[in-house]
Design a protein around this ligand. Structure first.
Ligand code: BTN
Length: 268
């Protein structure tokens, strides 16, 4: 195993928090060695409003989840597995999902000289391969909505670390940057970037959509989406910060597709 892909020292909440100047995200940082899913762990903190902005990290998940019921696998100590809890202020899930994707892209691109981009709704790609994914969940807690933004970033994996069926489509920051990748630094940039974009989402959804367009891989492409089991094909012409992906359909007309009910068809 090359030094670049060996697990690093375990994440330390104090080191992640040191020097963070965020207003909301990461005011509290906790790190667990192992848990089923950081999204499930984060929701346990939702009964106390003081936990708004909490960031939960784990070195390993025994039941990590992706979108649409998929599993999210990761070797111990090689990824950033993080869930951020948002308790205050309603925010449309669609907008939050765009803001989170922009934040993850910028956290990856800063410093590492990588060009990460967004495949709607939740995939972060580098050179066409998936380096990170986002699972946004909304639960009710103490009579209010709690949003949990779950983020998995592949940091130190070598190609052999991925399951054989994923090797052609997955990548990690260390593979793409061909340089050392300090998970603590990436974690800090992630919290800083989330803080900025979640605040921007509240003030100006249009700015989030504008940033999303800069990083989008599907804009002006022909796509087929599956919405509640039905297939729709057309050209992606935009994203709407409240209603989702905007397609000009081959069958005529313009239709918007929300992330919760839509997936992109394979080979589309
Ligand atoms: C996807 O690409 O389908 C989303 C993957 C999200 C994975 C992260 S890892 C931290 C958090 N905890 C989970 O169980 N899932 C998310």
């Amino acid at each position: 195993m090359s030094p670049a892909t060996s697990p690093q020292a375990p994440l330390d909440p104090d080191r992640i928090a040191a020097g963070l100047s965020t207003r909301r995200i990461g005011r509290k940082v906790v790190v667990f060695a192992e848990t089923a899913s950081t999204n499930d762990l984060a929701v346990r903190y939702a009964t106390d409003p003081a936990n708004d902005g909490l960031a939960v990290f784990a070195e390993y998940q025994t039941a990590g989840r992706g979108r649409a019921g998929a599993a999210w696998h990761s070797h111990p100590g090689k990824s950033l597995l993080c869930s951020v809890l948002l308790l205050a202020g309603p925010c449309p899930a669609e907008l939050l999902s765009l803001a989170a994707a922009v934040a993850v892209v910028e956290a990856i691109n800063d410093d590492l000289h990588i060009r990460a981009r967004i495949k709607w709704p939740n995939d972060i790609l580098v050179n066409g391969r998936k380096a990170a994914g986002i699972l946004l969940e909304t639960r009710r807690a103490a009579r209010q909505a709690a949003h949990i933004i779950g983020i998995g970033i592949n940091c130190l994996q070598s190609t052999e670390d991925f399951l054989p069926e994923l090797r052609a489509s997955a990548t990690s920051l260390v593979i793409e940057a061909a340089a050392a990748c300090d998970r603590t630094a990436v974690a800090r940039r992630l919290l800083t970037s989330l803080d900025r974009w979640i605040e921007t989402a509240a003030a100006s959804p249009a700015l989030v959509a504008e940033a999303w367009r800069q990083y989008a891989t599907q804009l002006h492409q022909r796509l087929t989406v599956i919405y509640d089991g039905r297939r729709f094909s057309g050209h992606c012409i935009d994203v709407d910060p409240e209603k989702g992906l905007v397609l000009r359909l081959d069958s005529g007309g313009i239709r918007m597709f929300d992330a919760a009910h839509t997936s992109i068809a394979k080979n589309s």
